[in-house]
Design a protein around this ligand. Structure first.
Ligand code: BGC
Length: 479
């Protein structure tokens, strides 16, 4: 249980780490990576066009076709397809993973009769990547509006280079870390050989969420995910992004706050259960904050507490079951099921019976308390992190009060019965000078990737209009 004072300390530590991550010389060693995304504009409602979007971040991946209609200021999902990613593929060679993605995309295009069409592709890739602003863009696709946009606005949302820093959330494919993910996708598409795509814009899911919510509410300047993993992005003043040589305007920063604590700064609030979860994960020592918060780990934290209490003779008359003793035996979704009961403990009874435990009513009540404690800690830690961002934005903009909207997605935030209310109440306490609204993303990050591409094309169009007014000929602005 974390008091408000402790949360304030956590927030102060995060603020220090955010600054370190933004620094020109300190970012190499920063636990919170603060990755520049080169996205400097959010939607203004005049975007338009037809796009493909890929969304990879969990055990499934999705292909979507999205149409952005300027007249109606609407983003329409035309069609989509979900492809499962088998567990062995999540830990096998990267080439196989990308071949699978490219094959699913090919099938989708075939089913939509789109094989001959070359559409721009937004790729939501929910892992930490260095997005590089590179001159390669200028000679590879110099006639491509997205690249023109990159050059004109010193952006690279077209993601010519997006180097995977590390896998998280159970992925561990070989040959991808340190490599350009967009390149790997292009090569896999070429290996398929029967279709092609246009510019590829790679975005993190937080950025996709901010952009798709930003289309509905133009004051949306933060994207937050609390699902299998956790992370947030926000619009930072360009002058504070010391790693980029631009001083005007704002840039979206992918904080990768999941890495908070990787330098030991959260050691005093980590419990023996957090330490154990980290040790037995496939990526020990990294993403400390994420492991205290997100859906991939919450169930396991609860399980470890229940095992200890059972061993101490405090639960189930000291008798654990095989399922309770097996890693992963207590799923995160059980926490929501147990906590969603207003009266009675039916769900809890069923879950404990299915786990092969001989329970008495008092056991079920204790298990519920454990679930409450673990999920509430998660919500409050997330609130401390979000409050750090909004407080920082308010001060950086020299405002008395900040009014802003957070686009949110993720199964924990969506499905847990009390999570969002507790998070919002704690943010109000920790950021009293900020009025924060929350917008659940509709069909989330995939659409947002299409929106990033759409904004890029809009800016490219606008820059061409400027060129036109200088008397230059413009060719077909729609590509
Ligand atoms: C990844 C982030 C991602 C988050 C939410 C984390 O594990 O590092 O890039 O945004 O999960 O999906």
């Amino acid at each position: 249980m974390l008091s408000l004072e402790v949360l304030q300390q956590v927030s102060a530590r995060l603020e220090r780490d955010l600054r370190r991550g933004l620094g020109r010389h300190s970012h190499h060693r920063a636990a919170v990576q603060m990755l520049p995304t080169f996205v400097t504009a959010t939607p203004d409602g005049t975007e338009k066009g037809d796009f493909l979007a890929l969304d990879l971040g969990g055990t499934n991946f999705r292909v979507l076709r999205v149409r952005v209609l300027e007249e109606e200021q609407r983003m329409v999902k035309m069609d989509s397809q979900i492809c499962a990613i088998p567990q062995d593929m999540m830990e096998g060679p990267g080439e196989k993973l990308f071949d699978h993605i490219a094959a699913c995309l090919g099938e989708f295009l075939k089913s939509q009769n789109l094989q001959g069409k070359i559409l721009p592709l937004g790729f939501t890739f929910s892992f930490p990547c260095h997005q590089k602003e590179i001159d390669k863009v200028s000679h590879t696709h110099s006639n491509d509006p997205v690249s023109v946009f990159c050059l004109t606005f010193c952006l690279c949302v077209c993601g010519e280079q997006s180097i995977l820093i590390r896998w998280t959330k159970g992925f561990q494919c070989s040959g991808v870390e340190g490599h350009d993910v967009v390149q790997l996708l292009r090569e896999a598409i070429q290996r398929q050989g029967d279709y092609d795509v246009g510019s590829i814009a790679m975005v993190n899911d937080t950025v996709g969420t901010m952009m798709s919510c930003g289309y509905r509410d133009q004051s949306c300047e933060i994207g937050m995910i609390i699902g299998t993993g956790t992370n947030a992005c926000y619009m930072e003043e360009m002058k504070n992004v010391k790693r980029v040589d631009c001083t005007q305007g704002r840039m979206c920063i992918n904080t990768e706050w999941g890495g908070f604590g990787d330098n030991g700064s959260l050691a005093d609030i980590q419990t023996e259960f957090d330490v154990q979860v980290d040790k037995t994960s496939i990526n020990p020592g990294v993403h400390t904050f994420e492991k205290m918060i997100s859906g991939m780990y919450l169930g396991e934290i609860v399980r470890l507490i229940l095992v200890k209490m059972t061993k101490d003779g405090l639960l189930f008359k000291g008798q654990a079951s095989e399922a309770l003793l097996s890693p992963g035996g207590f799923e995160t979704k059980y926490i929501s099921h147990i906590e969603e009961e207003l009266s009675g403990l039916e769900n809890g009874n069923k879950i404990l019976s299915n786990l092969g435990l001989a329970w008495e009513p008092v056991d079920v009540r204790v298990v519920r308390m454990v679930c409450d404690t673990v999920s509430s800690r998660s919500a409050r830690l997330c609130a401390a992190a979000l409050a750090t961002l909004v407080n920082r934005m308010r001060v950086a903009r020299g405002l008395e009060r900040l009014k802003t909207t957070v686009g949110v997605d993720g199964s924990v935030y969506r499905k847990h019965p009390n999570f969002s209310a507790e998070l919002q109440a704690t943010v109000r306490q920790l950021a009293p000078k900020c009025d924060v609204s929350y917008l659940l993303s509709e069909d989330g990050s995939g659409k947002g990737a299409a929106m990033v591409t759409a904004v890029a094309l809009r800016l490219a169009r606008e820059s061409r209009l400027l060129d036109d007014s200088d008397g230059e000929d413009s060719d077909d602005e729609e590509q």
